[in-house]
Design a protein. Structure first.
Lengths: 531, 528, 389
């Protein structure tokens, strides 16, 4: 029987990234995916004839350019089409659009606030400064501050130097930024609710924090630190849907003889002599390998796929206390035509951007309160994109694919578990909200896929439906991600590794966790820890 | 420097930190004048008569942070500081008459928690011990001057190194845990460990008391560490009642200060800090009187100090921006009652009334109370900390009478509809209505009531935003960032002007640390 | 809320109807969100019009703030590094303002229209900074950019043009003086200011009468070769005049991404604008400290470079050590010299320093590197007596 150098559990984009890097280094790799499709939450699915749904993640920015280039992803079909920015639609038909052109953006902000039009530049600079600080850390393995190992000390010194390179003012600003709330941060610059609401959206997407919760400013940064072709903070569509990213990664892996097996559900990690040695599939097949790499979140990896007797209680507590907290839902809609919005910007470009319904900071905070109280937000935050506007391959001619991301939706409802009736009531709330800015939406719907956190968990395997495989709060970032002592992609057992978004630097279709994990695994091969 | 000045230092405000700072400076042989706008010293640490013969701590009511070094250095005990109750137990009341008792008696505490959860009873001592270890590592830094990160001195670097060593010395497991919990919310901290709502409620309450954070707001867990770092008469984390109310503490401080030669003038409100060419040269009183001094020390909050007493005319725009954005809206109110007898505590029985009583039956209860405040309303169901100091200190009341002191979370400084003037009494009624579920006969016993809202604090005690800590205690406003970056060393952009109040590190609570740290920095500058 | 953005990306100045037909080159640029002519027909012709006759430049996109109120003078004095007391009503002042670290935010001109009535002219938006600096003062700050159309009439014959226009008394206007006239019943403000280093005026009028002003000026200037000029020619004359420009010679402190790019007035040769004796102004503490520490790290200097290839974006070396870089450069047709404005490390900012510039010059699709010796010279490079006459 074949013994692989590495077995990757789960063909999510990070699993595929790790596999591609390992295969490229000459290792024999197999990726085992439970579902019939690869990609995890970066998938394109045709759930209605002629329409391609980016059924989970829907836009791209964070995918590290180093990975795109390193794995030669464009050669395997990856194309990212940038879009303008955000279009916020106000209830009275007015709007606030952000454009790629700074003069236009300025004039647009000016309509809402004179001060804010100007403050926008200062705000963007500050966010850019924070991005510049964090960027080099995305593709590094977080050093363990409690360790005296040479690598860790070197890493800490390197980080210390990066910090010391900042001006004194920026040092304090970094400390402040990582701990403060998005609302406090925005209040330092802006006065207009339209401007603040538009920017605050990025601070709550996928997270179980409100805009007034300390720590939410970082989430904002997490959504700004990506880039499209060097344009930091820009977002775009993957041509052919988010599955194109996974397909390109798979292509890069397969080009180096990586095996990718779908409908191969791993039911258990086989442990022998305190080491992970292989996996057992649901159909009883056993696959053996040197390194076992899990793309799943820690709760699944350790509480579901491992016999608990191999783990000590402190570790199990750490896993149990890992905060995953689903907070998002999604609608994928096939439309019979272009939806008419109540706002009519003279340039169509904003309509191909991310479209939001206007929410004040208080609205967002109340939406979060609903989540805390175990219900989906009565007035949810919606992030709407119509990728077919810029990528006509996503839908038949004249028809459109719309993705509606919904924040906040709890994985557990206070009045009982999710079921079909609740899912449809949830969809009604979203469509009602959508109809406020897009009155003809109901007439256009040909097909709709509704995804609650519960669905995301059951279908895609995201625990609690959390899109980041774990909250992006200070206690779960850098050397704390997923939990202290295990931030270097190595699990509690020898030969067991983690490569999912639950590890540094987190989720958002970034690929960095997979690339970092592969680097650590290869290091262990080199040191002959793995043989 | 104003060599001809009669005073080496003028301290603006006779709050406890101002008095501590003045006393330390005078003890070192300097001529110090303290100017207090009010009729009496004490700032927010005062006692007041709310009904003839009934005295109660007007604002702060429990002493648990006053630094032992300050007590010893200033010989406060000799100057009248005494505790009527050195180690208060905590009794959490539940609406069904049940209660949970936490005290320094290990077995009693264990038994009480066991009624709710045996597992929690097992876990609490370990939880507390760990918190205490963390607090122990951080405690010395309450008394340290926060370092500058660049352009710093070796002393600054040494402080950072010491901090690193203190954290490392916790050992790997504790260090990891500290780095994990430092930014989390208290709800996560307690929910990870405990299962009983009432215990979680008690711990979560302590994490938000005095602040505008909910238990689910990240950064709130840090406040538990902060509290654990406190000491009362040598007992770490212990809560105590000062004899004579909080005013007696500041009276002792004032007496101590005077014994070292400090001159204290009350009813002398300062209008301006006199500044000549970026150097403070004294103060101007509202009366127009000018008082020259080598050094001016402000116990007022940073916003008041910089925007009112110094004025934007003397400051840089970017600095002023920072000061204006200090988060310092208060959300804590106080209700003080004069009672004709001890209220019935329902199932808890009168023997328990001498504890610190908490109305905080769960994390969600407190979070909901906080949610109301976020949108500018006082809590529909407020969380409360209640003491009946007259049980320990009969001198506060006439025979048979009692005073009750109630700390209420949350009552936001900015009310959504209208100012506090229109809502103060309705708020007082509301608090009593909430309390009626726990103390059915309370309303019949009330002789007099005093409601102190953040608005009152701002007006009567001159605290901007009415925040008890002169600025939120939140990670982005602590240590090197308090009150604003680059000016966390008690120095200000104005030469010879210093901050010594709770707006500076380490913040509020009747601790005296800011005053003592400021005095140290001032003397260091003098000796240069 | 003002009108929604129309399909025009850039806004049009009040003179657009006049300038657009004249812009034969089709070369337009953008300036503060407006379309601005880069060159009408020939940069050379336009350049020589400024230096030898008279020129007209549409400077309407310039940002203008009106500051009024009881504390207006106090505000201006808190903002700028110069003493506004030295500027009586009816006069203007070249000024700069700094952040709290004493780093330059921008330079511009202040017109003192009355005791407590000012107009501040800037290239960048400063509304937030101004408003935040006005905290506690009884002052109103209004962005009046769209309330004025503005033309720069510059060149040795510009005075004659205005005399011909019938502005009596124009010859008596002092340098940086202000004067009010009425033209066709429209109030016209004339300032004896400019960005060319030559004799010149700036004219301010309500936008509705802009075309009238243009027509009247063009008619009055017919015999004086009055020539509309674009930004390209202006850029040449401002370099000759040794004037610095935000975004070229320095980055404003509020707009700099990197702290190290911020510059103090001393570093930009604007030390003469800093009055440390006046009452507190923003940045005073830091500037006094900089001075006490022995002056700036950098210095903005004028360079004369051998050869005739403009040292655009060149590095400046002393021996093998890089000691600075060029911020603006040109061949000066008037001086017949190759000149540049450069930022140098302070110790090398002296005429004695032995410096050379690394010039990359394209020659038939091939880039040639020229090492051209250069030396530090006094700015302005070109300073005719008539500039201040």
């Amino acid at each position: 029987m074949k013994r692989y150098d590495a077995i990757v559990i789960g063909a999510g984009h990070n699993g595929l990234t790790a596999a591609a890097y390992l295969a490229r280094a000459g290792k024999s790799v197999v990726v085992l995916e439970r579902r019939p499709v690869i990609g995890g939450a970066a998938v394109s699915e045709e759930l209605y004839p002629g329409f391609t749904y980016s059924s989970c993640s829907y836009v791209s920015s964070l995918m590290r350019p180093e990975i795109m280039r390193g794995l030669d992803l464009p050669r395997y079909g990856l194309q990212i089409i940038p879009y303008e920015g955000i279009l916020t639609i106000l209830p009275d038909g007015d709007y606030l659009a952000s454009y790629s052109d700074p003069d236009l953006t300025r004039r647009e902000n000016l309509r809402h606030s004179k001060r804010d039009a100007e403050a926008f530049g200062r705000f963007s600079l500050e966010v850019l400064r924070q991005c510049r600080f964090i960027k080099p850390m995305l593709l590094m393995t977080p050093p363990d501050p409690t360790s005296f190992k040479l690598d860790d000390i070197r890493g800490l010194i390197w980080m210390g130097r990066k910090f010391a390179d900042l001006s004194e003012r920026q040092m304090y600003d970094v400390m402040r930024f990582w701990t403060m709330s998005c609302a406090d941060f925005l209040d330092e610059y802006f006065e207009s609710e339209a401007v603040k609401g538009q920017l605050a959206g990025s601070s709550i997407i996928g997270t179980a924090l409100g805009p007034r919760s300390p720590g939410s400013a970082y989430i904002l940064l997490h959504h700004y630190m990506g880039e499209v072709d060097g344009d930091i903070g820009a977002w775009g569509y993957a041509r052919g849907g988010m599955g194109a990213i996974s397909r390109a990664l798979a292509g890069a892996a397969q080009a180096h003889d990586c095996e990718i097996r779908t409908e191969a559900e791993v039911s258990q990690i086989i442990v022998k002599g305190g080491k992970a040695v292989g996996v057992a599939l649901a159909d009883g097949e056993e696959v053996y390998g040197t390194a076992i790499v899990s793309n799943l979140d820690p709760k699944r990896t350790f509480l579901k796929l491992m016999p608990l007797e191999h783990l000590d209680d402190t570790f199990i507590d750490q896993v149990r206390n890992f905060k995953i907290r689903g907070s998002s839902g999604k609608l994928n809609i096939a439309l019979d035509g272009w939806p008419e919005f109540i706002a009519k910007p003279p340039i169509p470009a904003p309509l191909y951007s991310s479209i939001q319904i206007h929410r004040t900071l208080d609205d967002l905070e109340r939406a979060y309160d609903d989540w805390k109280n175990g219900m989906w937000s009565r007035h949810p935050y919606l992030d709407i994109v119509i990728p077919s506007g810029l990528d006509p391959t996503m839908a038949p001619p004249g028809k459109h694919y719309m993705s509606v991301f919904v924040q906040y939706v709890p994985p557990k409802l206070k009045d009982g578990p999710w079921d079909d009736a609740k899912r449809s009531a949830f969809a009604d709330t979203v469509i009602d909200t959508l109809a406020e800015i897009c009155p003809n939406i109901r007439d256009l719907i040909l097909h709709m896929q509704v995804r609650s956190p519960w669905d995301l968990e059951n279908e895609v395997g995201l625990t609690e439906g959390n899109i980041f495989q774990g909250e992006l709060t200070l206690d779960q970032l850098m050397f704390n991600r997923p939990f202290p002592g295990y931030a270097q992609y190595r699990g509690p057992l020898r030969r067991l590794y983690m490569c999912g978004s639950c590890t540094h630097p987190g989720g958002g279709v970034m690929g960095a966790p997979g690339a970092n994990a592969a680097r650590e695994i290869l290091k262990d091969f080199k040191r002959r820890i793995l043989r | 420097m104003n060599a001809s000045a009669r005073h080496d230092a003028v301290v603006i405000g006779a709050g406890h930190n101002g008095l501590v700072c003045a006393a330390y400076l005078a003890k070192a042989g300097r001529r110090v004048l303290v100017l207090e706008a009010g009729e009496s010293v004490g700032g927010c640490a005062v006692s007041g008569e709310i009904h003839p013969g009934y005295t109660v701590s007007t604002c702060a009511h429990i002493l648990h942070l006053l630094h032992p070094g300050v007590i010893a250095d200033l010989r406060l005990k000799r100057h009248g500081l005494a505790l009527s109750a050195p180690d208060l137990a905590t009794l959490a009341l539940l609406p069904d008459g049940e209660h949970l008792l936490l005290s320094s008696e290990v077995q009693a505490t264990r038994d009480s928690i066991s009624r709710f959860s045996r597992r929690d009873a097992e876990r609490l001592p370990g939880f507390r011990a760990r918190l205490e270890r963390f607090a122990g590592a951080l405690r010395p830094f309450l008394m340290a001057t926060p370092p500058r990160l660049a352009n710093g001195t070796w002393r600054d670097r040494w402080t950072l190194i010491r901090l690193g060593i203190a954290i490392r010395r916790l050992g790997r497991t504790d260090m990891r845990e500290l780095l994990r919990i430092v930014g989390i919310c208290s709800a996560d901290l307690v929910e990870d460990v405990f299962e009983s709502d009432v215990l979680k409620g008690v711990l979560a309450f302590d994490s938000v008391l005095g602040s505008f954070l909910g238990p689910r707001s990240p950064s709130s867990a840090f406040n538990l560490l902060y509290r654990a770092a406190g000491e009362s008469d040598g007992r770490r984390g212990a809560l105590s009642h000062p004899k004579g109310g909080m005013g007696a503490v500041t009276a002792a401080l004032a007496a101590a200060a005077k014994s070292f030669g400090v001159e204290v003038r009350t009813a002398a409100p300062v209008a301006k800090v006199a500044i000549e060419d970026t150097v403070a040269t004294g103060v101007v009183l509202e009366s127009g009187e000018e008082i020259a001094a080598r050094t001016v020390v402000s116990n007022a909050d940073p916003r008041r100090t910089f925007l009112d007493l110094v004025g934007p005319d003397q400051l840089d725009t970017d600095f002023v921006r920072r000061v204006r954005h200090i988060r310092m809206d208060g959300a804590t109110a106080k209700v003080n009652l004069a009672l004709d007898g001890l209220p019935d505590l329902g199932g808890s029985g009168p023997h328990m009334a001498n504890a610190r009583l908490l109305i905080a039956p769960g994390v969600d209860y407190i979070e909901h109370a906080f949610d109301d405040a976020k949108y500018g309303a006082f809590s529909a169901e407020p969380a409360m900390e209640i003491t009946i100091p007259s049980l320990h200190d009969p001198s506060l009341v006439p025979e048979g009478g009692h005073v009750m002191s109630i700390m209420v979370q949350f009552a936001p400084y900015r009310l959504r509809d209208g100012g506090w003037a229109a809502h103060r009494e309705a708020f007082g009624d509301h608090v009593l209505k909430t309390l009626a579920a726990y103390m059915p006969d309370l309303s019949g016993r009330i002789l007099a009531r005093q409601v102190v809202t953040p608005d009152d604090l701002e007006r009567d005690f001159r605290v901007s935003g009415g925040h008890w800590h002169h600025g939120e205690l939140i990670l982005n406003q602590l240590f090197m960032l308090r009150p604003v970056p680059r000016f966390a060393q008690y120095r200000t952009p104005i030469d010879n002007l210093y901050l010594c109040g709770a707006g500076a590190h380490p913040g509020g609570g009747i601790m005296g640390a800011a005053g003592r740290n400021a005095a140290r920095e001032i003397m260091r500058d003098w000796s240069r | 809320m003002s009108e929604a953005i129309t399909s025009d990306f850039l806004m049009k100045t009040p003179f657009h109807a006049r300038t657009a037909p004249l812009c034969l080159s089709g070369k337009w640029g953008r300036w503060a969100g407006y379309s601005s002519v880069d060159c009408f027909y020939s940069v050379t012709e336009e350049y020589f019009a400024v230096r030898t006759a008279a020129s007209l430049f549409d400077m309407s996109p310039m940002i203008k703030y009106r500051v009024t109120g009881r504390d207006a003078a106090r505000f201006v004095n808190r903002l700028i590094t110069r003493d506004i007391g030295a500027c009586p009503p009816g006069h203007g002042l070249y000024v700069c303002w700094c952040d709290g670290d004493g780093k330059l935010i921008e330079d511009g001109t202040v017109f003192r229209l009355a005791e407590n009535d000012f107009q501040i002219n800037t290239a960048e938006h400063n509304f937030c900074w101004f408003e935040d600096t006005a905290l506690g003062l009884d002052v109103t700050i209004a962005d009046v950019s769209e309330e004025f159309a503005a033309l720069a009439l510059q060149g040795p014959l510009s005075r004659l043009v205005l005399e011909r226009l019938g502005l009596t008394g124009i010859e008596a206007m002092p340098y940086f003086g202000l004067a009010w006239f009425t033209l066709d019943e429209a109030p016209l403000l004339v300032s004896r200011t400019g960005f060319t280093g030559d004799l010149g005026y700036e004219l301010w009028i309500e936008p509705g009468r802009a075309e009238m002003l243009w027509d009247r000026l063009m008619a009055a200037g017919k015999d004086y070769r009055l020539t509309p000029i674009g930004a390209a020619a202006l850029e040449m004359v401002r370099i000759e005049a040794g004037l610095i420009e935000i975004g070229f010679d320095y980055i404003g402190a509020e707009a700099a991404l990197r702290e190290s790019r911020k510059r103090s007035p001393y570093e930009l040769g604007l030390g003469w604008l800093v009055d440390l004796k006046k009452s507190y102004f923003v940045g005073k503490r830091a500037l006094a400290e900089e001075k006490r520490r022995g002056g700036p790290r950098w210095r903005l200097v004028g360079l004369e470079i051998e050869g005739n290839k403009p040292a655009i974006e060149s590095f400046i070396y002393r021996g093998r050590t890089e000691v600075g870089h060029v911020t603006s450069a040109m061949w000066s047709p008037t001086l017949k010299k190759n000149i540049a404005i450069a930022v140098l490390e302070a110790p090398y900012a002296t005429p004695k320093a032995d410096l050379w510039a690394e010039i990359w010059h394209p020659r038939e699709l091939e880039i040639r590197k020229i090492n051209a010796p250069c030396r530090v010279v006094r700015r302005p490079f070109y300073d005719p007596p008539r500039r201040k006459a």
